[in-house]
Design a protein around this ligand. Sequence first.
Ligand code: ZN
Ligand code: MN
Length: 474
Amino acid sequence: MTLLPTIGLETHVQLNTRSKIWCGCAVETAANPNTHVCPVCMGYPGALPVLNKEAVKKTVQTGLMLGCTIALKSKHDRKSYFYPDMPKNYQITQYDQPLCLGGSLEIEVSGRQKTVHINRIHLEEDVGKSTHLRGASGIDYNRAGTPLMEIVTEPDLHSEEEAFAYLTALKRILEYGNVSHCNLEEGNIRCDVNVSVAEADSHMLGVKAEIKNMNTFRGVHRALVYEIKRQTRAVETGIPLVQETRRWDDDQGMTSSMRTKEDAHDYRYFPDPDLAEIALSAEQVEVWGAELPELPERRRQRFIRDLELPDYDAAVLVADLHVANYFEQVVAAAAGSAKASSNWVMTEVMRELSESGGSPADLKVTPKALGTLILLVEKKVLNHAKAKEVFSLLVKSGGDPEQIVKNEGWAQVSDSSAIEGFVKSVIDENPSVVEDYRNGKHAALQFLMGQVMRVSKGKANPKIVLELLKEMLA
Ligand code: ZN
Ligand code: MN
């Protein structure tokens, strides 16, 4: 019996609008509790919601990025929700007429491409945040009424790796489109997971569990590993599974039952009478689409086509929006030397970023400085080893590479007569090594080469050194 897990994801993404979805309160979730609230987001009787157009725009833009069909007519519905973190006792969401339908996202798992189909994206409101203290609970309504979009996939995923790859690719798209801050620590992206296990060749899905309470992609991955194992064991040993909602406990690393279908909530959806239908024109959708930047896949193809980068480089560079932007600025400053720029960004710059954990904007090496450095190497003013030293100085304190080279006296010596002098002295000082070389020992040449570089304080043009060494030893 080969068992195959089937997974669908419902991802809640907090949109980065300035104000909340139904009122003018600022989205400031980090502020002191209950300082950004008003009668509307506190659900006072008689207070009327007004839809934030920016939230519609960002949801539509997300739909466009994912290739969804944008519904020109959609509406909002009330969903019964009896928890204290929602002051109205219902959540305004979209039930049968969401803003975006269909669409897909390409993911790559261990070198294999795969299409994950999107079922829908709808726009709804977030609830407040409960804090449970000893003997009491507090609720902060700053977050209540923050616009959320819920992105629902088809059950196209079949492993925890695929789910992780989907979330990573989704986050990249959301960052490119600037629709969310995508700050995972602050819960900007939260995931519910539907998972079941069935025989691989079966046309029927197994009994599914919905897992809630995952705030990190790592958490989704771990919860899926646990849950797939639990369900597989049950199916293999013939223990019947029940359709249920389970809670992921990140500290204990396990899921536990929250509620079964018997006490599932009756949501009693109905159209919100306080809100008008959302009517968009095709022109409006087109205008919003035109505001979107180039997406990662397009950009990757352009890097390969126009900048003639290898596939690998292009994929690594576009993986992070900020790295890709930094790289393009370096290329511009390096007069179009794309491959040299890519080499520097993929090695020195990305190493620096992974060590500091920062973003390219925090680097003291500006794209302009790195571009200038690359040009100095290309113009043979600097050899590569010295260029790396300049880079280290730039990392520490920024500045202008040309000035650094001047101050340190690192300009490469390409003048043959000067280098000839270095070579001659090294040959004179190392008669036995010269003898070895003449007897066919090739490593001897490397040693002599190193000596010349040392005598020149690393400034000699290595290519000329090698030529002259061979010439004078012949
Ligand atoms: Zn408000
Ligand atoms: Mn939802």
